[in-house]
Ligand binder design. Structure first.
Ligand SMILES: Nc1ncnc2c1ncn2[C@@H]1O[C@H](COP(=O)(O)OP(=O)(O)OP(=O)(O)O)[C@@H](O)[C@H]1O
Ligand SMILES: [Mg+2]
Length: 526
């Protein structure tokens, strides 16, 4: 089905104005089909790929159906995670920017209930919430469901899955039976679809049919990786593809914490998100990620569904997801609203069979890739640096530098080529004309260890013993835990347990070895 203009969908001028302001030019296929159907009052099951605007597909007709003069609660959207509830409420609020008298409120666990009750008392007509908290408010009678005419289950298959099903039943029992019930998701497994009859009346299935479940504008790759090498491979891919923002999915909270520490130790801006964190901390992490202060979000499946952050250019399955559907949702955090994206999945041993199964389920191609070598990484870094050089030349304003070079050339035998090459070598320290083939590679061999680069200065005659002394003295790290100390010319590397890496990084810059200040940085710094 062709896309159409929003003007053709019978939407009120206020919402049309908001849609324009949000930069939507035409309605997506799911919006084209679902908006009129939901506006008419039909029960709908809407299935369309990730990032294709399902939120507005139910958000717009919901707003059309809310009577601003009636201050009672009229519609409820249920979402599986707190972050998604906040996001969906925000998107609907944007759509309602020019409508007066409609109050939209997100309610979710972990947020102060007293504050929520106060807001609810002021009369919200649309609540976007997580099931647990909504049930809580229903029990307290702070959410009265007798005026609710529409219920939306976003990520419906997840909401009707075992973990949420009972809660959803309880909530729907509290809502008048003549309600409209609307379900949306990018995936709708058959067993769940069979279940929907219990909640809906003659539901109309609107499926934006596509051969594949995943979005075609996501390039999908996989790598066969040994578990202990995953972190190293991840950093190489980050360095080579330099995604603006990325999401890395792990299967356990513990792995999330471990990986965040590892990435921080390597000099990346990473933050973790999982269910054991306090809500205030979760909110802070999401805010930092949305603003681009953190460029790598390491998360469990709490971030797999619905989360919409424009600039996510890569998704990593650090661990392969347990369910096929989750693969679709996880990689769908990139390539949204027509943008391009890439996904990288790590498989170990027999998981390669699991990957084939995922491929079959999604009807997509996931291409096998060779793990990039350190040389590949170095070449990319050099290319990026050269791009920057070009940019700076284009910008101009180089006169004072040109004069400096000219005078240096006049007083020596060097050519400008020599100077440029030398400057590049200084900027690009580690490469040293390729003589250290595979150099630093061993850093990945020792699990749990982080490689740090210590610049002890040219004239410092420090020996490994001195460095070890300073390291252990400053950071309380037991001497026997320090791995190799490699000294190459004036470069010194140490391997230390990642749990100490951060401490060392913050302490060592204030440390002196043999009376000279030293600088420490992660060896693989971007
Ligand atoms: N018609 C449109 N034109 C351009 N952008 C749109 C349009 N509709 C929605 N968007 C934007 O596209 C992005 C993705 O939308 P949304 O989050 O609703 O996707 P979704 O289909 O719910 O995906 P998921 O299955 O991952 O939840 C959002 O940033 C949204 O603002
Ligand atoms: Mg969504």
């Amino acid at each position: 089905m062709e896309t159409v203009r929003f003007e053709e969908l019978g939407i009120c001028p206020e919402i049309l104005k908001a849609v324009k302001k949000m930069g939507f030019e035409e309605a997506s296929p799911i919006q084209t089909q679902a908006i009129p159907a939901v506006m008419e009052g039909q029960d709908v099951i809407g299935q369309a790929q990730t990032g294709t605007g399902k939120t507005a597909a139910f958000g717009i007709p919901l707003l059309e159906k809310i009577d601003p003069k009636n201050k009672k609660l009229q519609a409820v959207v249920l979402c599986p995670t707190r972050e998604l509830a906040i996001q969906v409420a925000d998107e609907i609020r944007n759509l309602a920017a020019y409508l007066h008298g409609i109050k939209i409120l997100p309610v979710y666990g972990g947020q102060e209930i007293v504050k929520q009750i106060r807001s609810l008392k002021q009369g919200a007509q649309l609540v976007v919430g997580t099931p647990g908290r909504v049930m809580d408010h229903m029990r307290r009678r702070t959410m009265k469901m007798d005026g609710v005419h529409t219920v939306v289950l976003d990520e419906a298959d997840e909401m009707l899955n075992m973990g949420f099903r009972e809660d959803i039943e309880t909530i729907l029992e509290g809502v008048p039976e003549e309600r409209q019930t609307v379900l949306f998701s990018a995936t709708m497994p058959k067993p769940i679809l069979d279940l929907t009859k219990r909640f809906q009346k003659q539901a109309r299935i609107i499926k934006v049919t596509k051969k594949e479940l995943t979005v075609p504008n996501i390039e999908q790759f996989y790598y066969e990786v040994r578990p202990k090498n995953k972190e190293e491979v991840l950093s190489r891919l980050l360095d080579i593809y330099t995604p603006k923002l990325s999401v890395v999915f792990c299967n356990t909270k513990k792995q999330v914490d471990l990986l965040v520490n590892g990435l921080l130790g390597r000099g990346y801006f990473a933050a973790g998100l999982h269910g054991d964190m306090k809500q205030t901390q979760r909110d802070r992490v999401m805010e930092g990620f949305r603003k681009g202060k953190t460029d790598i979000l390491v998360a469990t499946d709490v971030a797999a569904r619905g989360i919409d952050v424009d600039e996510v250019e890569a998704v990593f399955n650090y661990d392969l997801p347990q369910d096929d559907e989750y693969y679709v949702h996880r990689i769908g955090r990139t390539g949204r609203a027509g943008r391009v994206g890439r996904s990288f999945s790590f498989v170990t041993g027999k998981e390669v069979y699991k990957l084939r199964e995922i491929q079959k389920y999604c009807k997509t191609r996931i291409l096998a890739q060779k793990v990039p070598s350190l040389d590949d990484v170095a070449n990319t870094k050099l290319e990026l640096l050269m791009d920057r050089v070009e940019g700076v030349i284009e910008e101009g304003e180089l006169t004072s530098y040109l004069n400096l070079i000219q005078s240096k050339i006049n007083e020596s035998e060097y050519t400008s080529m020599d100077m440029a090459a030398a400057l590049l070598k200084i900027c690009f320290g580690e490469r040293a004309d390729g003589e250290e083939e595979g150099f630093g590679d061993t850093g990945a061999e020792e699990p749990g260890m982080v490689r740090l680069f210590i610049n002890i200065g040219k004239k410092n005659k420090a020996r490994p013993g001195d460095i070890l002394g300073a390291l252990t003295g400053e950071s309380n790290i037991p001497g026997d835990l320090v791995g190799t100390i490699d000294m190459y010319d004036k470069y010194t590397f140490v391997e230390v347990p990642e749990s100490y890496a951060r401490e060392i990084l913050s302490n060592m810059n204030r440390t002196k070895i043999k009376g000279k200040s030293v600088a420490v940085e992660p060896a693989n710094q971007k």
